[in-house]
Write a protein that binds this ligand. Structure first.
Ligand code: CA
Length: 417
């Protein structure tokens, strides 16, 4: 199917082609949030479409569309997602489509709605699966021994904080906490002076797994609904003081931003690609063979208040060393269960080329080499008023599947008590 196959006018530049059809939660004019699907610069109001009889071929309960999260829809399972995708594609491509006569009642302009957090996230796990990122960051902390001995044997991760995962556009307060100044032996209390972003992808779990039963790598994608862009905001000075021996805590729990549209695995299927060769060969439960990475172009830009946007990073998800099958197999090998709506993030995605660093810590070599912005300003880390914008899209043979954006602007630290 090619991009222009719809009777609806869709810009060839749009992230939201007939092939994409990502799910999100929107509301208009203060009305209740509900489920929609992005198409071009509009949203398909699924409740309205069902009420007009356009979804009669779909066998799921339409009550799942009148919800403030996607969880109930996701819980219906892959056959229901795939059947609805096929119905929507027919409505959008068939010249005789009954949608044409009622488009004004069903298609809502995206610029007239508010988008909400798409999923009720029970648990959030953040991996550390980019070899380039782990090596670059490791060099800053341990120049002679950048990769820890476990890194090539298992996909390293930590359990993150689900309550502070927020949708794109949510303002981000500068966090404050304990920081050890250079050369000092005792910490001071201060707003972070090293506020950073991390460019990541996040997979949304689509099926509960059973406590005590590991999910095999070969079956892991059965557990996936779709994918979002993730900005894992990080306070590097707080992280540096707190992270040993149990890993990041307050340096990453204040906010994690995600894009509002969840792109399904079906939409991403044409963009599968093999990941890097893994040497040494992982243990059997982590072995996969096939095209389980995704060829997705990713970008980070920064826009200071009243200044033009500057692109700071261009990279690709195909560089990730550990794929999502391996992440899920590892996550569940103890018997830990996954639940519908859980968020599994990849970790910062960097690449081998110049300009492909997925965070400022890497790009500015630990804050020692400022980066120049359009308009003459410089940054080592983020200043108040800066807005960070991440984008992602895949293109191939006339197909384009994009994620839209995840944005977040930095506010000054909150007043204490
Ligand atoms: Ca991260």
């Amino acid at each position: 199917m090619i991009q222009s196959a719809s009777w609806l006018a869709i810009s060839p530049d749009s992230d939201f082609s007939v092939h994409n059809l990502p799910y999100g939660i929107f509301s208009r004019n203060g009305e209740s949030p509900e489920v929609g699907v992005a198409i071009g610069d509009r949203i398909i109001d699924l409740t309205a479409a069902a009420q007009l009889g356009l979804l009669n071929e779909w066998e799921g309960a339409v009550s799942v569309f009148r919800q403030s999260t996607l969880n109930d829809f996701i819980a219906l399972g892959r056959p229901a997602w795939q059947q609805l995708r096929a119905v929507l594609q027919r409505l959008l491509t068939d010249e005789e489509s009954p949608l044409r006569a009622v488009a004004g009642q069903v298609l809502v302009p995206q610029n007239r709605v508010q988008m909400h957090l798409p999923v009720r996230i029970g648990d959030y796990t953040d991996f550390y699966s980019s070899h380039e990122h782990a090596t670059n960051v490791g060099k800053l902390f341990r120049p002679d021994n950048p990769l820890m001995p476990n890194w090539k044997h298992l996909p390293v991760a930590y359990h993150g904080r689900a309550s502070s995962v927020v949708v794109s556009g949510t303002l981000i307060y500068r966090p404050q906490g304990q920081i050890l100044p250079a050369g000092a032996e005792v910490p001071v209390f201060s707003p972070t002076k090293a506020l950073d972003y991390e460019l990541e992808l996040g997979f949304i779990i689509g099926k509960d797994s059973s406590l005590g039963k590991p999910v095999a790598a070969a079956d892991a994608e059965d557990s996936l609904f779709g994918c979002v862009l993730v900005n894992d905001w990080s306070a590097r000075d707080i992280q540096r003081w707190e992270y040993q021996p149990l890993g990041p805590f307050l340096s990453k729990n204040f906010a994690t931003s995600i894009s509002p549209w969840v792109v399904t695995l079906d939409a991403l299927a044409p963009f599968r690609t093999e990941g890097p060769r893994q040497e040494p060969t992982p243990l059997p439960y982590l072995q996969t063979s096939g095209a389980f990475n995704f060829d997705l172009d990713l970008q980070v830009a920064i826009q200071p208040a009243d200044q033009p946007e500057s692109t700071l990073c261009q990279t690709n998800a195909r560089y990730l060393y550990w794929n999502v099958r391996q992440q899920i197999a590892h996550h569940t090998i103890t018997g830990c269960n996954l639940k519908v709506g859980d968020l599994i993030a990849t970790g910062t995605i960097s690449g081998p080329e110049e300009g492909s660093n997925g965070c400022l810590l890497e790009l500015t070599r630990g804050g020692t080499k400022p980066v120049a912005l359009q308009g003459g300003a410089q940054r080592t880390y983020l200043l108040d008023g800066d807005e960070v914008v991440m984008r992602g899209c895949a293109t191939k043979e006339g197909l384009k599947v994009g994620f839209g954006e995840v944005r977040g602007q930095i506010l000054p630290a909150a007043e204490l008590f």
